[in-house]
Design a protein around this ligand. Sequence first.
Ligand code: S3P
Length: 178
Amino acid sequence: MKSIILVGYMCAGKTTVGKALAERLGLRFYDLDWYIETRFCKRVPQIFAEQGEAHFRKIERSMLHEVAEFEDIVLSCGGGTPCFFDNMDYMNAVGHTFYLRASAATLLSHLSMSRGERPLLKDKTSEELAAYVETQLAARAPFYERAQHIVDIDVLDEAEKIDRIATQISGLVEAHEK
Ligand code: S3P
């Protein structure tokens, strides 16, 4: 089966949903950031700090090409992956693509629950963060919306909600694989 690729803004729930989906379908789960970190033996924030975002985007593109054509996997991309180069066209060509669409309010609520380091969001006050997420989400949405499917995400604060989204996505994949 072609890869299932999840795109969406930081903290939409790509990793959480991706893991649940992979488990449900008996597929392997990959997170593009984790893949990059393993291959380069460096954390993403360190790559940003030492080599800059432009360099990170080149690495991200080449690692995307390495992983996205694996079969029988669920791949969770970084929030910026669809917005650079021809990455979204490429993902649509090789995989089943899903945009996990969450409002700025949902994203901010997930952000407050997550402890991950995100170089683009650190050092911001909560007002700056809210304004940044809203502006960047609006700029990125046209890229995300080019995914083959759009799945609306509410605050993922219960296992049941995560399960429901995984069921929805697996149903759509199964319909397309027939
Ligand atoms: C980024 C999102 C991050 C990571 C990097 C840049 C972005 O991934 O790739 O910090 O540009 O939105 P997550 O969406 O998994 O946080």
